[in-house]
Write a protein that binds this ligand. Structure first.
Ligand SMILES: C[S@@+](CC[C@H](N)C(=O)[O-])C[C@H]1O[C@@H](n2cnc3c(N)ncnc32)[C@H](O)[C@@H]1O
Length: 427
């Protein structure tokens, strides 16, 4: 396919996503199925363009005066990829399957300097979300939204059961791998510029040997603040595919007992292969909905990690389509689920043990509010300073944003957005 045809394909896929409120991955997969002539390079180029449009949909639409997929794609080439208006015009006429010549208005829009835009558009967040951003970030809201609209790097966590950071850095040196600034186990590979594909690190031999896992630095820090130590009894109550389970197992040096549970058996499924590859031997995976297995843990856990289901507003860098699909109703549903799973964790914690509540959301309704509501229902839990746990874990003072609770955001910390609260059972 010629580059011009990639633009037309991206326009088609974006129309499908907008028309049917579908996940981008589904629309891209269906497009590929019905256009078998497209090679993997073509599919990657189209996918990159679609995701770049979705990251910046609101600010591009404001500049182009339209949210039609054609306007969004042309705008993204200029505003995200940095092509000049003349270069965009050339690409738009690149071959018979390109979108076609630019109109006068399109050319004028592309050539115009950036004009004034509303805060939610400048932040590239849905208008209904803006009050939630403003509540948490105040004047930083636009900066945080813009950081969430940028491409994320590939972050890896070194599996200390099998490798060292030096070993992983060396194995991935040709990708320009560097240390992450906050997590002592993190390795980062920058996202390539304009249209480029991030390296397929999971195809590397070092991944096959279990030396590292793909995990955002924020997620690594959430696991580290759980402070699971060798010999402890620990439950990962919302284990999902096991991202944090693996980090906890390594922190426990394969000793003690780590239980992994998730209410959804399908989500838990990949954990088996991951545990094996990582050389983890201290994890017992509990069956979904095995209430008896969970109640057997009552009052026994040194740590219970509740990595609660959430809107995912902190990971919009990686799933930009999700921010436009999210709704106020979904937020309300997530809050009810968070209260339920928080409550179910409480009896499992032993006196002196800790309950660590985590979401990858930036909204206070899913963070501070849920913790306050939990504490109102459970007087036996007292907060533990996240800054104190940070200082003890890393031997450095906690950065800004980490105080009684921790809120990580891509603008301040370069991580995905996370909320972390640590509570100790006092009685
Ligand atoms: C944010 S994801 C977990 C991600 C995972 N911890 C990781 O690091 O890869 C939240 C998980 O909570 C699970 N979940 C939702 N309600 C639950 C409940 N009441 N009890 C246990 N798990 C629940 C969901 O199935 C989902 O897999």
């Amino acid at each position: 396919m010629r580059p011009g045809a990639h633009l037309s394909a991206a326009i088609e896929v974006l129309a499908d996503i907008a028309g049917h409120r579908r996940p981008a991955a589904d629309a891209l997969r269906d497009w590929a199925r019905t256009h078998r002539f497209a090679g993997s390079g073509d599919r990657a180029a189209i996918g990159t363009l679609v995701h770049d449009v979705l990251r910046r949909r609101a600010s591009i639409a404001a500049h182009m005066g339209s949210d039609h997929p054609r306007a969004l794609v042309l705008g993204a080439l200029h505003m995200v990829w940095g092509l000049s208006p003349a270069e965009v015009a050339r690409l738009a006429e690149d071959g018979p399957h390109a979108p076609g010549a630019l109109g006068e208005d399109e050319m004028a829009r592309l050539s115009a300097p950036p004009g004034p835009v509303s805060d939610p558009d400048a932040a590239d967040v849905p208008a209904w979300c803006w009050p939630h951003f403003a509540r948490v970030f105040g004047p930083r809201g636009v900066e945080v939204g813009a950081a969430l609209a940028a491409r994320a790097p590939v972050d890896l966590r070194v599996n200390t059961l099998k490798a060292t950071r030096e070993k992983v850095l060396k194995a991935l040196s040709r990708f320009g791998a560097v240390e992450t600034p906050l997590s002592p186990l993190g390795v980062r590979i920058a996202h390539p510029a304009r249209g480029g594909r991030p390296p397929a690190v999971e195809a590397e031999a070092a991944h096959g040997k279990g030396w590292f896992e793909v995990q955002d630095e924020g997620s690594q820090l959430a696991a580290a603040l759980t402070d699971a130590r060798p010999g402890m009894q620990v439950l990962d109550l919302c284990a999902g595919a096991g991202g944090k389970t693996l980090a906890l197992a390594a922190a426990m040096e394969n000793t003690g007992q780590l239980f992994a549970y998730d209410a959804d058996a399908r989500r838990l499924r990949p954990i088996w292969e991951r545990l094996k590859r990582a050389g983890v031997r201290n994890v017992q995976v509990l069956d979904a909905h095995d209430a008896e297995a969970l109640s057997a843990l009552e009052g026994r856990m040194d740590r219970v990690l509740v990595d609660a289901p959430c809107t995912g507003s902190g990971v919009w860098r990686r799933k930009p389509d999700a921010k436009w699909r999210m709704s106020p109703d979904a937020l309300t549903r997530r809050m009810a689920e968070q209260d339920a799973v928080f409550d179910s964790a409480a009896p499992l914690v032993k006196p002196g043990g800790r309950l660590v509540y985590v979401t990858c959301s930036l909204f206070a309704e899913e963070g501070e509010d849920r913790v306050a509501a939990f504490r109102a229902r459970h007087s036996a839990f007292a907060p533990v300073s996240a800054a104190g746990v940070w200082a003890a874990a890393f031997g450095t003072p906690a950065p800004e944003g980490i105080a009684e609770v921790a809120r990580l955001d891509p603008a301040a910390h370069g991580t995905d957005g996370f909320f972390i609260a640590i509570l100790e059972r006092t009685a």
